[in-house]
Design a protein around this ligand. Structure first.
Ligand code: AMP
Ligand code: MN
Ligand code: MN
Length: 316
């Protein structure tokens, strides 16, 4: 299948590359690395991401133009959907993508719905970047610094800085190779973990004050509201890492963060440490993800959303 993609790239000219809304390090690093590989082959890649790049990923080398908000409608020789379990994860207008060119779906979510003409799904891969690395090797692409730092950051962030259960030997091998291409692990770690604006910590304080635990402190929940964003002059990009912080509590198996989108819609992020499969819980609400990290959107008032979550976790 890598050869099939290699041939599609070899025979084509124009490519659209996209990933999921609220992009994380893997979504961004994957999209940008593919851009630089295609650029080095003198192709015409174009990137669409519904949301702009969160401040913590602004250090990643990206093209001069990235499209946000509205999909650049055109005909492409292929449309790459990266890190998306379902095509709707690209955001509004995703239905049009299939008419704009053959969709190539490259992903590592267990809940992937194989929506592409070509589907490369490896739930054992730490990240999409790991799968792309294999593709680039098949293509004999040069691992320039711009490719290397994007792949490194994608793997570094999707493995929770090499802490989560998806941390495999490939993750280390690829990152080791990327350091040889000039990536400084301490620089990436600083950019990702030690570069937050003060406001983010004021927000974290408000969020931690909402912490509640259930089932003998094995399930922890916290909440972010639009009012908290207003009070601290922050936005959703400042919540990255919050659910992971809650997971750090000893004995907690599942951490849940509820983020108010509107008064009647909440984005739910779940992380688990042990055997609890949060992807299947999020799947109950039309979402998905991985065994230990998943998300979904639930409609309802905060009371209703909490009640539905408590029911899913069988909390009295
Ligand atoms: P998040 O909580 O948004 O950081 O997402 C955790 C993991 O679940 C990531 O791998 C996401 O791609 C995935 N995910 C989040 N929200 C959804 C959703 N609504 N549908 C499917 N997968 C999701
Ligand atoms: Mn992702
Ligand atoms: Mn990923």
């Amino acid at each position: 299948m890598f050869r099939e993609i290699r041939d599609i790239i070899g025979n084509g000219e124009r490519f659209l590359i996209t990933a999921h809304i609220d992009p994380d390090g893997d979504a961004l690093g994957s999209v940008f690395s593919l851009y630089w590989v295609l650029d080095s082959l003198r192709k015409q890649p174009c990137i669409y991401l519904r949301d702009r790049v969160p401040y913590m990923y602004e250090f990643l080398p990206k093209p001069p133009q990235v499209f946000h908000g509205e999909i650049p409608e055109d005909q492409y020789d292929a449309v790459f959907a990266l890190d998306c379990g379902n095509l709707f994860r690209v955001g509004d207008g995703y239905e049009k993508l299939k008419e704009m060119g053959p969709v190539i779906n490259i992903d590592h979510h267990t809940t992937n719905e194989t929506f592409g003409i070509v589907n490369i799904i490896d739930a054992g891969a730490s990240s999409v970047a790991e799968i792309l690395y294999r593709l680039y090797k098949t293509m004999k692409a040069t691992m320039s610094f711009n490719v290397a730092i994007n792949l490194y950051t994608a793997i570094f962030t999707d493995t929770g800085s090499f802490r989560y259960s998806n941390t495999n030997s490939q993750a280390f091998l690829i990152c080791e190779e990327m350091t040889k291409s000039g990536v400084s692990p301490s620089y990436v770690a600083q950019m990702v973990h030690e570069n937050h604006p003060k406001e983010r910590f004021l927000l974290l304080g408000l969020v931690l004050a909402t912490l509640e635990t259930h089932k003998s402190d094995t399930i922890a929940m916290a909440m972010v509201t639009q009012d908290m964003f207003r009070r601290t002059n922050t936005s959703k990009e400042h919540t990255e890492g919050f659910v992971e912080s809650v997971k750090e509590i000893r004995g907690v198996d599942v951490a849940v963060l509820l983020r108010e989108i509107t008064g009647s819609q909440y984005k739910i992020s779940m992380r688990s440490k042990g055997n609890t499969d949060v992807a299947s819980i999020c799947n109950l609400f039309g979402g998905g993800g991985h065994r230990n990290a998943a998300g979904c959107t639930i409609n309802g008032t905060i009371r209703e959303v909490k009640d539905r979550l408590k029911e899913a976790f069988k909390i009295e």
